[in-house]
Write a protein that binds this ligand. Structure first.
Ligand code: 2PG
Ligand code: MN
Ligand code: MN
Length: 559
């Protein structure tokens, strides 16, 4: 017992045994919705997931994966991987980035913090650069927060402001970028009327410029560096609205994949490169797609690509993106202080843990699962395996992705009997769902289902237990709908493809030969969400969960 009397020791579960291999499978982007032609999960051939649902109704249920159940501001907020895997791993509901920034802006506290004071030192003689996703999707950023921050900075005497936009079309409808740019331009014009030299300086599509993650493709970050810092890009425009409209026409790029552009003045000179003495804020609140650009902006020694020059700036993230690396060292809003996650408890109680996914989701089952921490809790007891993802493609061209390789690695880990917990993320439903390609997403869902089967067969062989769930919806609904659930047609009478996540609940199924008889889902946790899964998994490892965890979803009834 430490001096504070705290101990990671978990009490034994009164009825459930220890020592069973527990496989926790997270199907990314796999929600539950009424079957119809735009529900790729219902269209796809998914015999394994179907059997879990039909096989044992007392061991299959739905859980919430959006809104306040995962720490988001309102019930209109769709779920996402960050908040989903945070909740799955932490077993509690933490107010997440979107909400923390809302509170800090509303109270004005954002302007009193160390991070803001640090960037304010550059307001007199330098330029304030804001880099981030221009969208009201609320997954990585939110437009109204950017507009409030712009207003606040001008009131705090920022004299020169440059905004470097990343267009979305993934969490929001493709094409919505034009409207967001117009809204931003209107706000910047108001600032200019008040004597602030405020302009958009560069732009690009989030999947092609800046917002890569888990080091899948540094070229994405490099293209952004050139446009944002050096003022160099293949496309130059006088206006950002014109840039987005023209680039969507030629080279017919979607918002997600818009090529990088810079805004130039009447002499063709870029209006907003980043120079010594400037301040930079990356205004996304979500970590995974900011940590790579954060390294390039913060680290003196950086070798992932040639930066050409490294400006001496005051850089702050909207939040601190990595609590282990303390990256960035300055930030405007403190991140959720997620501690005592289930992974940390279980390792302290001797549970040997294996985690696996392919690059594009690798950090979900490690970094996010462990409460926004990179690295191991105990490298003696843990092993994280990353299968390299394809890079530089849109995943509808390879919808099977690396599902088979992930399943094979996970099967081998289970059969090795070296691990007590084996957790995995199967990205297909989400990564292909985000392309909006319905046919490819159907193939993706089938591939994910086949991977689940391989993992469950291995659990069968070792007498283990499985928990199959998801982090939020995506593939189960691929069109925008009206209130009655009918597809909402656009002005030309066409369906509007939904590339984003959904508000749908997600399934959770438990089973396997190692599951003690009498285990079933309780009926008294009707509003259970992803945060309840951690206590459930702890029970299946033979432990009681800490008292402050969301309650377990299972009970053991005597037959
Ligand atoms: O791709 C991403 O960054 C988000 C959507 O913006 O998806 P997920 O939360 O599933 O990672
Ligand atoms: Mn996800
Ligand atoms: Mn997603």
């Amino acid at each position: 017992m430490g001096s504070s009397g705290f101990s990671f020791k978990l009490a034994d579960h009164p009825k459930l045994p220890k020592g069973k291999t527990v496989a926790v499978v997270v199907l990314d982007g796999w929600g539950e919705a009424k079957p119809d032609q735009y529900n790729c999960i219902s269209v796809a051939d998914t015999p394994t997931m179907d059997s879990l649902k039909q096989g044992a109704p007392e061991r299959w249920r739905l859980v919430k994966a959006h809104g306040t159940a995962v720490g988001l501001p309102t019930e209109d907020d769709m779920g996402n991987s960050e908040v989903g895997h945070n909740a799955l791993g932490a077993g509690r509901i933490y107010a997440q980035g979107a909400k923390l920034v809302d509170l800090a802006l509303a109270s004005g506290k954002i302007y009193e913090g160390e991070g803001f004071k640090y960037i304010k030192e550059c307001f007199e003689n330098g330029t304030l650069h804001l880099i981030g996703l221009l969208s009201d999707g609320g997954v990585h950023s939110r437009l109204d927060q950017l507009l409030l921050l712009l207003k606040g900075c001008s009131e705090q005497n920022a004299k020169r402001i440059r905004v470097h936009i990343l267009t979305d079309g993934r969490d929001v409808l493709d094409g919505s970028s034009v409207g967001f740019v117009e809204t931003l331009e209107n706000e910047l014009a108001k600032l200019r009327e008040r004597g602030v030299d405020a302009q958009i300086a560069s732009g690009g599509g989030r999947m092609y410029v800046t917002m890569d993650r888990y080091e899948n493709d540094w070229d994405v970050v490099k293209r952004g560096w050139y446009a944002q810092v050096l003022g160099e890009a293949p496309y130059k425009f006088r206006s950002a609205v014109e840039a987005v409209k023209k680039l969507r026409e030629e080279p017919k790029a979607s918002d997600q994949y818009l090529p990088p552009f810079v805004i130039v003045d009447e002499n063709g000179k870029p209006v907003g490169p980043i120079f010594d003495g400037d301040a930079v804020v990356t205004f996304n609140f979500r970590a995974d797609r900011m940590t790579m650009i954060a390294q390039a902006l913060e680290y003196e020694s950086f070798d992932k690509f040639d930066r050409v020059r490294f400006p001496k700036i005051h850089y702050a993230g909207m939040l601190q993106y990595d609590g282990e690396l303390k990256l960035p060292s300055h930030y405007l809003v403190s991140p959720p202080e997620i501690e005592r996650t289930s992974g940390e408890y279980l390792v302290h109680n001797g549970v040997r843990t294996f985690a696996c996914s392919e690059t594009v989701k690798f950090g979900h089952v490690t970094f996010f699962w462990n409460g926004n921490r990179s690295g191991y809790f105990n490298s003696e007891l843990e092993e994280y395996i990353e299968i390299p993802s394809d890079s530089g493609i849109t995943f509808n061209v390879q919808p099977k992705m690396k599902a088979l390789e992930i399943a094979e690695k996970t099967r081998d880990a289970i059969l090795s009997q070296k691990f007590d917990q084996v957790r995995v993320n199967l990205p297909n439903g989400d990564m292909v769902g985000h392309t909006g390609d319905i046919g490819a997403t159907v193939v993706a869902c089938k591939a994910a289902d086949e991977a689940v089967k391989m993992i469950l067969d291995a659990i069968e062989q070792v007498g283990g237990i499985y928990v199959v769930t998801a982090d939020h919806g995506n593939a189960e609904d691929m069109v925008k709908r009206n209130k009655t659930g009918q597809p909402l047609l656009d002005k030309n009478g066409n369906i509007q493809i939904l590339t984003s996540h959904t508000l749908q609940p997600v399934p959770i199924a438990i089973g396997g030969p190692g599951l003690a008889p009498g285990v079933q889902f309780r009926k008294d946790v009707p509003n259970g969400g992803l945060a309840n899964v951690a206590a459930t998994v702890m029970n299946l490892h033979g432990f009681e969960a800490p008292s402050d965890y969301e309650p377990s979803l299972i009970e053991v009834v005597d037959n």
